[in-house]
Design a protein. Structure first.
Length: 237
């Protein structure tokens, strides 16, 4: 065998590390394309139940959930949840840096999660505090801000949020607490629904505690404020 042929034979020798690296890159590329495709599709196609909703459905036997378009929800509801959860929603790209700095400064780490981050968690990820979920949340959030409108983000949020044990979405919540369609919710009812969102399993919108009443009053004022100053324009247009 000539030296030239021997060299070619060595080059053709199976190299497991190179093979593994090549396939790993292919898998990563496939997953990224899949994620982008799903997020892009959900800009117009309604997502199904999220991981947490499915977990609750298995635990409870079923959940109360029916998707409803934002056009069938009283506008004050969207303003109320934005005022309660993310008043600067229209001004940021998924992360409220001012809120993050404030949360880090007071040492709690709370209050910095935007509406967009919560949509990612409720729609695509699992609940719980761990770095892997936060890392994926940080990756997905700019993508939904890129491919979805602000109005779409609010619509998905209202349809995926948990309002009581086994009660998901604004349609189920409106019927569960007040026996009305989401389009008929008043400003006070909308504010109370927004007020229970930090802890929906321990708070009631129809039988509010003093704490919920006080929070709801602040949210109602906040909802009117963002309507007047234009901070609701991005999801009401």
């Amino acid at each position: 065998m000539s030296k030239k042929n021997a060299k070619k034979k060595v080059e053709r020798k199976f190299q497991p590390l190179r093979w593994l690296r090549r396939w790993l890159l292919r898998v990563i590329a496939f997953v990224m394309i899949l994620v982008l495709g799903v997020i892009l599709a959900h800009s117009v196609v309604n997502p199904g139940q999220g991981i947490y909703m499915k977990q609750e459905a298995r635990r409870l036997g079923s959940v109360d959930h029916l998707w409803i378009p934002l056009s069938d929800v009283a506008p004050v509801v969207a303003r109320s949840v934005v005022a309660a959860e993310d008043a600067n929603f229209c001004a940021h790209w998924g992360f409220d840096m001012k809120a993050i700095r404030a949360a880090l400064a007071d040492g709690t780490g709370r209050g910095a999660s935007t509406l967009s981050q919560q949509v990612v968690k409720n729609t695509y990820l699992w609940h719980g505090r761990n770095w892997s979920r936060k890392a994926l949340e940080a990756l997905f959030t700019p993508l939904i801000e890129l491919f979805w409108s602000k109005r779409r983000i609010v619509e998905v949020y209202l349809n995926m949020a948990e309002f009581d044990e086994g009660v998901f979405g604004i349609e189920a919540a409106a019927q569960h607490y007040f026996g009305v369609a989401p389009s008929k919710l008043t400003a006070t009812q909308a504010a109370r629904l927004a007020a229970i969102l930090p802890s929906p399993k321990t708070r009631s919108a129809s039988k509010p505690s003093g704490l919920v009443r006080k929070r709801a009053a602040r949210i109602r004022d906040g909802a009117e404020t963002i309507r007047r100053d234009g901070r609701a324009d991005c999801f009401e247009s």
